[in-house]
Ligand binder design. Sequence first.
Ligand SMILES: [Zn+2]
Length: 416
Amino acid sequence: MSTPRAAARIMQRLEALAALTSDPPRLTRVFLSEEHRRANELVAGWMGEAGMRARVDAIGNITARVEGKARGLPALMLGSHLDTVRDAGRFDGMLGVVTAIECAHHIGAGVLPFALEVVGFGDEEGVRFGSTLLGSRAVAGTLDPQVLEATDRDGISMASALRNFGLDPQRVAAAARRREELLAYVELHIEQGPVLERAGLPVGCVTSINGATRLLVRLQGMAGHAGTVPMSTRQDALVAAAEVILAVEQRCAQEQHLVGTVGRIEASPGAVNVIPGECSFTIDVRAPEDSRRHQAVADLRAAVAAISVRRAIQAEITVMHDSAAAPCAPWLMQQIDAAIAAQGVVPQRLPSGAGHDAMAMAAIADTGMIFVRCLGGISHNPAESITVEDAQAGFETLCRFVRHLDQARRPLSPGP
Ligand SMILES: [Zn+2]
């Protein structure tokens, strides 16, 4: 179906994108920056070589379209993001955009019974304005206009950053697409985890993007002299927190694909000779199904309450973040599996522990995701790496999926 030339070009283009950084030799490219503008120009050039006319939409995403057998058909949208975290790898996001362009190039215009669109979202990571998925949320029409007032660390608002980029902040809503215009959104992305590598598989099919709950727990005990207060009468907030942390680990280890993390903790007064009177920490819980996540969170709330009562501690829990899981559409998963199997690879299904643009796009389209194995599961790190063979496997999976996509298998009502 294709030659390894595709993968060679994909790797070359990723290298070219990696050179567009505000922070050499590290790779950092944030939303609406000069590097973002240059990345859009580079990608637009490649879209042109692939026979597509590129345009920058109202929020700075770069998009292009190939018509199918007739003009104006609903589009299968392929893509991912072009922004990075600070000191990033060169594959997260970019691999999906570059592979989609290669795919559109190979297939060409006037061939498919639907249109093909490629998008490079301008913001997924949320590094600059502290709010993630800005590009894809604008396309999905779910962007909160309030975010235009958010400022970066230099005090520049998103509205003025848009103006500096040559865009009109008043017109951001024009980036939104309608459900009828889209057949589906399919994103190829590096796994950012170790599952495919351990299974010895180059690619896999994502079942769902995990929903997440983030809690802030504040425990109030009683500070006291580390030398004089007997062990039996202490109200040590940090020891109570230690017990909660173990409860998080225990509860989340009970179920497959459920994960829980305490990533930040502070104790005060924080002195070597004082019993910690106060302690606050975060709990991050994720699962592919919302019901399982909600049950785990309820159990952890109960554990905090029980531990606090036993230790005479006051506990207060605040929900900092709660996002629903985004299940992939079964009709797309079946056809991604088929594209994987057709290459002689065992189709492996796996949930995504990380968020992706597909999460935002799920608001207006059925979504599917193809994961590509990455070295050691390492991501958000300059050591992020994939092999040229796996880039080829990703390309062939996506291309075969697009060529053979049977839209008759799409359910009449929109997917989950
Ligand atoms: Zn990403």
